[in-house]
Design a protein around this ligand. Sequence first.
Ligand SMILES: CC(C)(COP(=O)(O)OP(=O)(O)OC[C@H]1O[C@@H](n2cnc3c(N)ncnc32)[C@H](O)[C@@H]1OP(=O)(O)O)[C@@H](O)C(=O)NCCC(=O)NCCS
Length: 166
Amino acid sequence: MIQILPAGIDQIPLVQKMATETWPSAFGKILSQEQLAYMMREMYSTSALKEQMEKKGHRFLIGYEERKALGFTSFETNYLEKPHLKIHKLYILPEAQGKGLGSRFLKALETRGQKEAMKSLELNVNKYNKQALDFYYKMGFKKFREEVIPIGNGFVMDDFSLIKPI
Ligand SMILES: CC(C)(COP(=O)(O)OP(=O)(O)OC[C@H]1O[C@@H](n2cnc3c(N)ncnc32)[C@H](O)[C@@H]1OP(=O)(O)O)[C@@H](O)C(=O)NCCC(=O)NCCS
C-alpha cells in the first residue's frame, strides 16, 4: 500500500538520499557534472532544505510503500501571493518510476490545492527533460512560458513553465 505523508526537518537525510539517487539519472545527460553538483549543493544541503521548510514555506511530502520511501515532492501555496500551488520538486526513485507514484503525488497536490482555494498547479521543468514533460502533458499540464533563470556561478536553468487549472 502506498502512503503519502508530510515530511519535516527529521526527514531531511531521507530527502537528500532520494535526491542523490534520482538526480544523476534524471539530469546526467541534460546538465554538466559541475552544474549537477552545484545544484545539489544549492538546493539539497541541510541548510538549504531547512531554509525551504522553515523560512520559505515549502511543504514536503514523502511517498512510502511498505515503509520504504520511494519519492518526494515539495510545494508552496499562494505562490507569489496568487492562488497558485507551485510544485518545487517531484522526484521518484528510478526503480519506482512508472508505477503510478508520480500521478498519486499530483492527485494529492491537486486535492490540497482545491482545499486551500488554489486555482492551478504550476511548475518549472527543464526543456530537455522529455520524460518529465511527457508525464506532465499526460497529466493535463500545458506550457505557458519559457524561462531562462540564472542560478549563480554562471549556470542557468533552461525551463518551461507548466500550468494545470484545478
Ligand atoms: C517524471 C516522474 C515524476 C513521473 O512519475 P512516475 O511515478 O514515474 O509516473 P507515473 O507512473 O505516475 O505515470 C503516470 C502516467 O504518466 C505516464 N508516463 C510516465 N512517464 C512517461 C513518459 N516518459 N512518457 C509518456 N508517458 C509517461 C505513465 O504511462 C502513466 O500513464 P497511465 O496512467 O496512463 O499509465 C518520475 O518519473 C520522475 O521522478 N522522473 C525523474 C525525475 C524528474 O524528472 N522529475 C521531474 C522534475 S520537474
